[in-house]
Design a protein around this ligand. Sequence first.
Ligand code: DAH
Length: 360
Amino acid sequence: MSDLNTLEAEISAAIASAETEAALEDVRVAALGKKGSVSEKMKTLGKMSPEERKEMGPALNGLKNRVADAINARKGVLKEAALEARLASEKVDVTQPLRLNPADEGRIHPVSQVVDELTAIFADMGFAVAEGPDVESDELNFTALNFPEGHPAREMHDTFFFNEKEDGERKLLRTHTSPVQIRTMRSQQPPLRVIMPGRTYRCDSDQTHTPMFHQLEGLVIDKSAHMGHLKGTLEEFLKAFFEVDNVVLRFRPSFFPFTEPSMEVDVQCDRSGAEVKIGEGSDWMEILGCGMVHPNVLRNCGLDPDEYQGFAWGIGIDRLAMLKYGMNDLRAFFDADVRWLKHYGFRPLDMPTLLGGLSD
Ligand code: DAH
């Protein structure tokens, strides 16, 4: 009998010191499992004399039941403790201010949004995207684009020049994206259909001018591209961009050294309300410059103007953003004011596509 008391004391101690449900299960198996200490004792009942069995039977059954009850009771305690611990570790302080997911909080700058929209529109028309550096050579920004040395058109650009280097070269911050036309024509063979978005720089600052701004250059070169294609391309692009069914364009003769003929394009609009509406009304607004690529420019890129021809255009991206999204001061674009960005910015996961909608 004292045997059984010792065994019970041992098992009780093991139960009490089991800190996890897994440890408790080990104790149960060691006591009540097939080869457990209590079960082994039960097996000895068969070999006992009837008298012995009469005494030991109830004693062993009692032990077995008490051990099982103690294990169950301990299990309940451990379960409760585990739940408490989990509740404590997963506690949420509902008085804490809500922290937004970065994807909900961050905003895409309208200039980036418009570049994405323009890329979606022109990609759909079969255009590739090309880029060039902001720091450009005089040759690419001017000379190769048929601006003769000392020509007054160079002065019109209010260029930021770097200091002259020892070899006499003077780099500059590109005044337009047109030098990327030269880079493209010199590095790729026609047929070419490319758009070239990027930063451009001129020493100028007021409500509609900032020293750094953005342009989108377009270039199409093949053996037969003509002004009709230029007109059609611009019309389709502007309809898609302003998300209207109709735009009316007016082409006025103009001058750019790198195109002949050169034109400035006005779009019909309505300025009577607070916002400018494109595609209706009786006003005109100048929005871009374009023309047929000058034979000298083709020659400067190693292309024979008797074989190849094409058209190009340049348009202000910031201005497009202002017109479409109703901002009236360009300088605010580059103030890095998060309140402005929160108001005018776009949700990062709403990528503009022609199918899904450009701006919604
Ligand atoms: N580069 C011109 C500017 O910044 C814009 C321009 C006009 C680009 C006519 C062109 C073009 O490609 O054909 O004022």
